[in-house]
Design a protein around this ligand. Sequence first.
Ligand code: NAG
Length: 160
Amino acid sequence: MTINKLCCTLAIGVIMCLGFADLIQAQDKLLDEVCLGCICEAISGCNQTSYCADGVCGPFRITWAYWADGGKLILNNESPQSEEAFANCVNDPHCAANTVQNYMNKFGQDCNGDGIVDCYDYASIHKLGGFGCKGELTQQYKTSLDECIKAHSNIDVRIL
Ligand SMILES: *[C@@H]1O[C@H](CO)[C@@H](O)[C@H](O)[C@H]1NC(C)=O
């Protein structure tokens, strides 16, 4: 349990650190490091093993269509037309995180109707898509997200 929790914290840490390393490709970054890390945690346990199955790849479990909507970001001057461009990008935590940011720039909205657009909305959009985000999330996804956000919300990432 303790080890599990530590691994989880480290995995989130990797994602959170991306936010600081990455001042390049940055346009408007709507999601803070906690939100990115917690979506990653909720959707895959933030599993950083390079992995594709059933059309989704990487720690954020991104589909080809999501990647395309997120601007078809690429690694290493690869052509976006190449067969591997999608999988290579979204299996890379950095490229995947930027894809999520771009996707939210396009589809960010108040899915749950509480009058604010926050991480709960972004997490719904991430899982259900830009046009389906008012739908139901699995209990497991909601619980995992909620616990993660609560556990990390006291960290002021700006002063780290
Ligand atoms: C991460 O994903 C890989 C590929 O699916 C899997 O083999 C591995 O067990 C996963 N690791 C964890 C910690 O869940």
